[in-house]
Design a protein around this ligand. Structure first.
Ligand SMILES: *Cc1c(COP(=O)(O)O)cnc(C)c1O
Length: 345
């Protein structure tokens, strides 16, 4: 069967959650937006709910609706995009908690769903989502009288431990929220690693749960094994793939494997990426095409049935480096053609 197998280790996700939770005393939530970074929001969220996670974050209301269906009543589902026009029914019916990010959203929410839970997002310097200090000053007393479930902000540079922006945003967030009497949240994975000053009442890890940087000690979660379809011998001067970009300099063995850019194996990574055959690293050669990739296996004694693109030897961030991107994008690009196998349930 020429189908690659994506193995998702739920026990590694649990271990990563426990490790991040043990770094402080805050309630540790879980960010499962974008289908849990491509790994399957249903399975991931159910696994985490079973070990006691009571609060989840998604990017938009429709993700929240699907998550509520998977989790049932109980856990709080917070929506980063807040209360958008057209989302009222979803927020009400799926009992979502929108993280309101502007005065307009606040007005929309209290008009459409008076008494319905909400949270608040503040901008402490990233200038992406959230109320500015001036807006917050104007709204603060009214908003707090309605008992927000959470008041949060987001760090722009938390993956760089020594970046001055971290302390600046911490101070800004404190100035905006000290003494408010509502639960507070500032940190995603990177912020958790900055230390407990950054934790407040609730932390919001995403990538760290899924085995990516900046959580260097994360257990790897995703493994991707790709079948070899064919192996051929080349004589010096023969070329491989579109555009003849790779030419054999010596007698070579080339394996063609069953994956390509349509599976989220980013084409630009071709010149720098490797796969693993057992314990041996093999270079990708020529251009990555839509469904196929060529690999130099000249140095192998035995031809493998499958090769590893992600797994024990190669984590998402190694592959991200090869593609000039980050582990987050590797995970969220993982394709729909893989056979998905969950282990460690
Ligand atoms: C995506 C996101 C998170 C999770 O970030 P990670 O770096 O994956 O841990 C937390 N908070 C907000 C606002 C986000 O957008």
């Amino acid at each position: 069967m020429a189908q690659a197998v994506l193995t998702i280790d739920l026990s590694a996700i649990r271990a990563n959650w426990y490790a991040l939770a043990a770094m402080g005393r805050a309630e540790t939530a879980a960010v499962v937006k974008a289908n849990a970074y491509g790994l399957g929001a249903d399975r991931v969220a159910k696994t985490l709910a079973q070990i006691g996670v009571r609060r989840f974050f998604v990017a938009e209301a429709q993700e929240g609706v699907a998550l509520r269906r998977a989790l049932g009543p109980g856990p709080e589902i917070n929506v980063f995009s807040g209360h958008m026009t057209g989302d009222t029914a979803a927020i009400r019916d799926a009992e979502l908690t929108p993280m309101l990010n502007s005065i307009d959203q606040m007005l929309r929410h209290v008009e459409a769903l008076p008494g319905h839970p909400f949270g608040i997002q503040l901008d402490s310097g990233m200038n992406r989502l959230g109320m500015e200090p001036g807006e917050w000053a104007a709204l603060r007393d009214i908003a707090l009288s309605q008992k927000p479930r959470l008041v949060m902000s987001h760090l722009a540079c938390a993956d760089e431990r020594d970046h001055g922006m971290n302390a600046f945003q911490l101070q800004t967030f404190r100035q905006m929220t000290d003494g408010i009497g509502a639960p507070r949240s500032l940190s995603a994975t990177g912020g958790i690693l900055l230390g407990t000053d950054y934790h407040f009442d609730v932390t919001r890890p995403g990538i760290g749960l899924y085995g990516g940087l900046p959580f260097v000690d994360a257990a790897p979660v995703a493994a991707l094994d790709i079948p070899v379809i064919q192996v051929r011998d080349l004589v010096p001067g023969e070329s491989v793939g579109y555009g003849n970009t790779w030419v054999a300099r010596k007698p070579s063995k080339i394996a063609t494997i069953a994956g390509g850019y349509a599976d989220g194996i980013i084409r630009a990574m071709g010149p720098k990426a490797y796969v693993w055959a057992g314990e041996t690293r093999c270079k990708i050669v020529g251009r990555i095409s839509m469904d196929l990739i060529a690999v130099d296996v000249t140095h192998l004694d035995d031809m493998p049935e499958t090769v590893e693109l992600l797994g024990r030897h190669q984590f998402v961030d190694t592959l991200g480096d090869a593609a000039g991107t980050i582990g987050y994008e590797i995970l969220t690009s993982l394709g729909n053609r893989y056979a998905r196998r969950y282990v460690g349930a």
